[in-house]
Design a protein around this ligand. Structure first.
Ligand SMILES: C[S@@+](CC[C@H](N)C(=O)[O-])C[C@H]1O[C@@H](n2cnc3c(N)ncnc32)[C@H](O)[C@@H]1O
Length: 257
C-alpha cells in the first residue's frame, strides 16, 4: 500500500504539486462558490482544502481508501464530510452533489469504469465530473527523470508511463464517454514545483510514496545510491535551488439532464 503514509511524506513528494494543481482543476470545469463538491481519492487533502476555500467547507465531501490520508484530510478540513472508502462504491445517494473531482486518482482505481461511473451517479443532472492524471510519458518532469534514470540502470523498472493506463487525453475522453458523460472536453494543466536542492528532490522518494517511492524502497542500498546519482546527473547536477514543471491531462463531462 504505497499510500499508507503520512501527510508529511506525501507533501514532500507529491503534495507540492497537488497544491498547485488543485486551483487549476477547480477552475477547469467552472466550479462556483456555493456548489456542493465531492473530492474523490482526496489523499491528505490538497484539493479538499482548496475546494473548501472556494465553495465553503460545509459544501465539500471527500473520500479516500487510505485511513491515514482520510484522517489527515478530516484534520485539515474539519467541516468537510470526509469518508473512508473507494470510488467504486461511493457512500452517497444519487444526485448528491453539483460536481465530483478526482485529482491524480483515476489510474489508481481498481476499476476506473466503475469508479468514474459512481462519480457520475452521485452528481445531479447538469452537474460535472472532472479529473486529471499526470502526463507520465513526458510532461511530469519529476517522475520522468526518476523513471528514465531507473530504466537506464534496470530495463525492467516499472515505469509509470507503461503501468498507468489513463496517461493521455484520448484515453480519458474515451473513459468519460464510456460512462455516459456528455460535452466531454480535455485540456493540459501545467504547474511548477520548487526544490531547495538535489536532496530536497531525492529524499521524498525514500519515503515510499506511490509507485516510484515503492520501487525506490525495493532497491538494496547500492542500487538505490546508483539511482540517486543517475537522477542527479539527469537533472544537470544542480547546485542549489531549482524548479521542475509538471503537465497533467484534465477531462470534464456533464451529467445528462
Ligand atoms: C496520487 S494520490 C492523489 C491524492 C490527492 N487527490 C492529491 O491530489 O494529492 C492517489 C490517491 O488515490 C487514492 N486511491 C487509490 N485507489 C482509490 C480508489 N479505488 N478510489 C478512490 N481513491 C483511491 C489513494 O489512496 C491516494 O490517496
Amino acid at each position: 500500500m504505497s499510500f499508507a503514509t503520512s501527510r508529511k511524506a506525501y507533501d514532500a513528494f507529491m503534495g507540492r504539486y497537488a497544491d498547485q494543481l488543485a486551483p487549476l482543476l477547480i477552475a477547469f470545469p467552472g466550479v462556483e462558490p456555493g456548489d456542493s463538491v465531492l473530492d474523490v481519492g482526496c489523499g491528505p487533502g490538497s484539493l479538499t482544502e482548496a475546494l473548501a476555500a472556494h465553495v465553503g467547507a460545509e459544501n465539500v465531501a471527500a473520500i479516500d481508501p487510505s485511513e491515514q490520508f482520510a484522517t489527515a484530510t478530516a484534520e485539515r478540513v474539519p467541516a468537510a464530510d470526509v469518508q473512508l472508502g473507494a470510488s467504486e462504491s461511493l457512500p452517497w445517494p444519487d444526485d448528491s452533489f453539483d460536481a465530483a473531482l478526482a485529482q491524480l486518482v483515476v489510474n489508481f482505481m481498481s476499476d476506473a469504469d466503475a469508479g468514474v461511473g459512481e462519480m457520475r451517479r452521485v452528481i445531479r443532472p447538469g452537474g460535472t465530473v472532472a479529473a486529471c492524471t499526470w502526463d507520465y510519458s513526458g510532461g511530469m518532469t519529476m517522475l520522468r527523470t526518476f523513471w528514465d534514470a531507473a530504466l537506464a540502470l534496470d530495463s525492467g523498472a516499472p515505469d509509470e508511463a507503461g503501468t498507468m493506463h489513463f496517461n493521455d487525453p484520448d484515453k480519458l475522453r474515451e473513459l468519460w464517454l464510456r460512462v455516459g458523460l456528455e460535452a466531454v472536453e480535455t485540456d493540459a494543466l501545467v504547474v511548477e514545483a520548487s526544490y531547495r536542492d538535489f536532496d530536497d528532490f531525492w529524499e521524498p522518494f525514500t519515503g515510499g510514496v506511490g509507485p516510484a517511492g515503492a520501487y525506490c524502497l525495493s532497491l538494496d542500498p547500492d542500487r538505490r545510491a546508483a539511482l540517486r546519482e543517475e537522477c542527479r546527473q539527469r537533472l544537470g547536477d544542480p547546485d542549489g535551488a531549482f524548479t521542475l514543471s509538471a503537465t497533467a491531462w484534465a477531462v470534464k463531462g456533464r451529467v445528462a439532464d
